[in-house]
Design a protein around this ligand. Structure first.
Ligand code: EPU
Length: 455
């Protein structure tokens, strides 16, 4: 095995490659990590800049691959993107926005699903849009039917072609009445980004209300949009003729904060997550406490660690906000392998987000996945046809293994499992993790992880 560079010195060639980690486990992660803007807000706010007549400034933009993808997609559409007046600030100037050709879009879209959100703004700006085949994490089919149905209701013509989807709106877009079959985050963002400049009023029912959506509404209101949020997942948007640029500091990344919190739990560590806030993590914090985790909340962030008693088994159902997010279950499951008793995790949002547990079993965990879900006792979340359940019996010691990262959150969880395990693990494909976790290797190093980048 060749050792490339020194993983403990940020900036060495090891960080440039960074697909394979050799991790020596059995160490508690201790120290501080800073979280910046949320991946799932910053990328959408960047797209919103296309709607402004003047430049926008987005602050606390995380240095992650998904941001790079959206930046280059904006650039191929003629948006000038430059560094702002403080670290992490981007200035996005859409003055020269233009159509891009298929090859350019396809080359820059990479594995991201964000291009679908360019549709509304590009239809307003240019009367047409092209969306290549969409990537993203391999966590189920992840269809885009809600997006396309909504765009048709706004008056767009949708033409599906072998290489992607061509959209046009020769007569402009008008307000619409839309009821989503499920409170999809992406489809809600699609409606918001399209309705703000459509003629007339849009009523969106069964909308997603995640904090990142509320922050995007905040961004659009700064731009001049009129959006009211009513009870029962109803959002009204009054279209306006013109929007201006915004100056906005991104909401913190609560998925990253929850990931490090679970890393502290799984490795019996103690991690202060600077920038984490209580309000957006209430549901997570309740579950964390129930499983036996402890936390201190300050104005600067949240300190996470185990409580005095051993970890306890729990039952969790993933759900849309304000429920327990699907993105939190993977790192939590690693911690649950160390809890006393039988835990059950019902995954109700995606149809294929428990496959990552196979590698944990390889490492010694006792996890059985029920592909069609489990009835169980009292269920807060209505049963969905696509759901699955994982039954975890613990505590089980974990041992090192050779594992390959399946997706973003699963990948983070593998690294945490390897850190919690006795012995050495080789984790391949960690590049995916950097799609959504800023300065990942540097943060691991700062927390005392013992690893090398070996490929
Ligand atoms: N769905 C459809 N049709 C659609 C759209 C969604 O059937 O047209 C279904 C999906 O298949 C899924 C459910 O609706 O079963 C929820 O999907 P949603 O649209 O809410 O998810 P998304 O917008 O594609 C975002 C985040 C995900 C996060 C989910 C849920 C971004 C870029 N992605 O995805 O984040 O898990 O919301 O909160 O914002 C991640 O960060 O690792 C990640 C996957």
């Amino acid at each position: 095995m060749t050792l490339i560079g020194d993983a403990k010195t940020p900036g060495t060639p090891a960080y440039a490659s960074g697909e394979v980690l050799e991790i020596r486990g059995g160490r508690s992660l201790k120290g501080q990590v800073d979280v910046r803007g949320a991946k799932n807000l910053a990328t959408k706010a960047m797209v919103a800049s296309l709607l402004g007549e003047t430049p926008s400034i987005l602050r606390d933009v995380p240095d992650i691959r998904d941001v790079e993808v959206v930046r280059s997609l904006l650039e191929v559409h003629g948006v000038h993107v430059t560094e702002g007046d403080e670290p992490g600030a981007l200035v996005l100037d859409p003055a020269d926005a233009k159509s891009a050709n298929f090859e350019e879009i396809d080359a820059h879209a990479g594995s991201s699903r964000i291009p679908i959100l360019f549709c509304g703004p590009l239809l307003h700006l240019l009367g047409q849009a092209f969306i290549p085949d969409l990537g993203g994490c391999r966590i189920g089919d992840r269809p885009i039917d809600f997006h396309l149905d909504a765009l048709r209701k706004f008056g767009a013509i949708v033409d599906k072609q072998p290489s992607g989807i061509r959209l046009s709106a020769p007569e402009g877009l008008h307000g619409a009445h839309i009821e989503l079959p499920y409170p999809s985050v992406g489809a809600t963002e699609q409606v918001l980004l399209t309705a703000v400049r459509a003629k007339g009023v849009t009523e969106l029912r069964n909308a997603a209300i995640e904090p990142e959506i509320m922050d995007l509404i905040g961004v659009l209101q700064k731009m001049g949009a009129i959006i009211s949020y009513e009870p029962n997942r109803v959002i009204f948007i009054e279209g306006v003729d013109e929007l201006r640029g915004y100056d906005h500091r991104s909401l913190f990344d609560r998925n990253e904060a929850a990931s490090w919190a679970c890393a502290a739990l799984a490795t019996d560590g103690d991690i202060f997550v600077k920038g984490a806030r209580q309000y957006e993590m209430l549901t997570f914090l309740n579950v964390y406490r129930k499983v036996g985790g402890d936390f201190d909340i300050t104005d600067e962030g949240i300190r996470f660690r185990r409580g005095k008693a051993p970890l306890k088994a729990i039952t969790v159902e993933t759900d849309v906000h304000p429920g327990f997010m699907t993105d939190w279950q993977q790192p939590l499951i690693v911690a649950l392998t160390q809890a006393n008793g039988q835990s059950v995790v019902h995954e109700t949002v995606y149809e294929n987000r428990l496959g990552f547990t196979r590698a944990l079993v390889q490492m010694g965990a006792d996890i059985v996945v029920h592909e069609d879900g489990l009835e169980g006792e009292y269920r807060r979340v209505p049963r969905r046809a696509l759901e699955q359940a994982a039954v975890i019996n613990g505590p089980t010691p974990l041992h090192g293994a050779d594992i390959v990262v399946p997706d973003l959150r699963g990948g983070f969880s593998y690294v945490v499992a390897a850190l919690a395990a006795e012995g050495t693990s080789r984790v391949s494909g960690v590049g995916i993790i950097r799609r959504g976790y800023e300065k990942f290797f540097e943060k691991l190093t700062a927390l005392g992880a013992d690893f090398d980048v070996v490929g």
